[in-house]
Design a binder for this molecule. Structure first.
Ligand code: HEM
Length: 134
């Protein structure tokens, strides 16, 4: 199957908007996002381009997530675990199960990598912790 047949852009928008609705309502993560994101419309558009580029090969995202997350103060492993739990709760509801699986795989890999990068830059003298139980 060609990657572009996995899903429509509309399905990605549904995933992204549903996920950030959960994020914004979350007691732990909502305040972090709301502190750093002033323009939610722009953020959501960036996130649709990010996921479309990963899942469909759309090539419409050209940012650099790692430095943006490394610069966020006070992150910890439970935040990434909660991020993944909310993402999972969102993909679980998608009728397109292949899209759900692919999105989940990317999310797991990128969350681990961002958490590693964050620790490397912000706590270089401690051994990195894993997001093992997710
Ligand atoms: C604890 C977990 C996370 C927190 C608190 C968090 C928070 C944030 C915040 C506040 C921004 C806006 C930064 C800015 O504009 O300066 C952002 C951007 C972004 N995040 Fe996360 N994030 C988390 C995990 C993730 C994960 C796991 C992914 C990918 C699977 C991800 C992908 C992105 C992307 C693509 C952007 C846009 C970067 C750009 O402007 O190009 N984030 N995140």
């Amino acid at each position: 199957m060609d990657r572009s047949e996995l899903c429509t852009e509309q399905e990605i928008a549904t995933l992204v908007y549903g996920f950030y609705d959960r994020i914004r309502a979350d007691a732990m993560l909502g305040p972090v996002f709301n502190t750093h994101i002033t323009d939610w419309n722009t953020h959501l558009q960036i996130m649709v381009r990010f996921w479309s580029s990963l899942l469909l090969g759309a090539g419409t995202y050209s940012g650099t997530p790692m430095p943006k997350h490394v610069a966020l103060p006070g992150l910890h492993a439970d935040m990434f675990r909660q991020w993944l739990a909310l993402f999972h709760a969102t993909t679980e509801e998608l009728p397109n199960r292949l899209l759900a699986t692919r999105a989940e795989e990317y999310a797991q890999r990128i969350a681990r990598s961002l958490w590693y990068g964050w620790q490397m830059n912000n706590a270089p003298n401690s051994l990195p912790s894993e997001l093992a139980h997710v």
